[in-house]
Design a protein around this ligand. Structure first.
Ligand code: 5GP
Length: 111
């Protein structure tokens, strides 16, 4: 079971801000911005690279959830959605997740 599946199963506590039948959104335990949420599919897809063509609708749904939680957090001035993939991408939890970061000015390029 991935760490995030344990959060879905309520085996590990998390500050959950949104849930539906397919997705969960919760606050990152080590926030990198004043607002830092993680949006995940409940089903454990390893990363974006492991998603299948059949998951395309789910991927769109996850981005829609990113948009909704960002609006609920008042990120009207802008925000960033990021997904890290694999070792070079800096992924540390092998369960697909979109970071939603906001309430500070982001820099580019990322490190
Ligand atoms: P990645 O590095 O894989 O892109 O992102 C994983 C994220 O999960 C990190 O930002 C990290 O802070 C967060 N994280 C790791 N363990 C936990 C946890 O137990 N609870 C929560 N809420 N976030 C976690």
């Amino acid at each position: 079971m991935t760490l995030f599946e344990k959060i879905v199963a309520r085996q590990i506590p998390a500050d959950i801000v949104y849930e539906d039948d397919r997705t969960l959104a919760f606050r990152d335990i080590a926030p990198q911005a004043p607002v830092h949420l993680l949006v995940i599919p409940k089903r454990p897809i390893r990363s974006l690279a492991a998603a299948q063509d059949e998951d395309t609708e789910l991927m769109g749904h996850l981005l829609g959830v990113c948009r909704k939680v960002a609006a609920e957090e008042g990120l009207g001035a802008g925000y960033r959605v990021v997904t890290n993939i694999g070792e070079d991408g800096g992924q540390s939890v092998d369960h697909l997740h979109f970071h939603v970061l906001g309430k500070r000015r982001m820099t580019w390029p990322p490190g």
